[in-house]
Unconditional design. Structure first.
Length: 207
């Protein structure tokens, strides 16, 4: 059986509500998206130190109101709307009044809409391929670093602090090793595609 989609996990958690099985599905959603939500919170508030706490609050709100998710959009779109509203509330609470809210902060919030990241079929296909390779080829830390830096666009120093990396080069070292692995994986994939286009067989060695 393949990995369940977010929407399938939501449905199963509802069906098993209040049981250990239901909690297990909730845990899968949390672990699958916690890093991404924390990255959203960091980008919207600029506070790396409180991003994890804000993400925790977002998930509490989401799971408390899980019945309100109707499946009209992707689960991540629904989750992002909760994160956006929560972080905007946090920004407003930091300001002395609504009139002091900077316009560029509000624009930044709008700019990170996840639907804009998938505006074309080609880009969505490329992103799906890269996520697949990240899952299949990288270890857990490399996967987290690449997702936070290239998908969620966090700077490397922020990724280093967020993941608590203590090696000398921080996140950069993981990026170097991950890019090397992904490069080899892409080369192997290109060879397979070329073989398919050539009739499905590798070129026979010269006799």
């Amino acid at each position: 059986m393949g990995m369940l989609s977010d929407e399938e996990l939501v449905e199963r958690s509802r069906a098993a509500s209040g049981s250990q099985a239901g909690e297990a599905f909730i845990d899968q959603l949390f672990h699958r998206h916690h890093s991404r939500v924390a990255a959203w919170c960091y980008r919207m508030t600029g506070a790396v130190d409180s991003a994890a706490d804000l993400a925790q609050d977002v998930f509490l709100k989401a799971f408390r109101h899980l019945d309100s998710f109707r499946g009209d959009s992707k689960f991540t779109t629904w989750l992002y709307s909760i994160a956006r509203n929560h972080c905007m509330g946090e920004l407003k609470s930091r300001a002395s009044g609504p009139e002091l809210m900077e316009a560029d902060v509000l624009e930044q919030v709008e700019d990170v809409r996840i639907e804009q990241a998938s505006s074309s079929i080609e880009r969505r296909q490329a992103e799906d391929l890269m996520r697949q390779l990240i899952r299949e080829e990288l270890d857990e830390t490399e996967s987290k670093v690449m997702t936070l830096h290239y998908v969620d666009e966090l700077p490397l120093d922020a990724v280093t602090r967020f993941l608590g990396l203590t090696n000398q080069s921080g996140a950069k070292a993981y990026v170097v090793s991950a890019r090397r692995k992904l490069g080899r994986a892409l080369e192997r994939r290109q060879v397979r595609e070329q073989q398919k286009q050539g009739g499905g067989h590798a070129e026979s060695p010269a006799k």
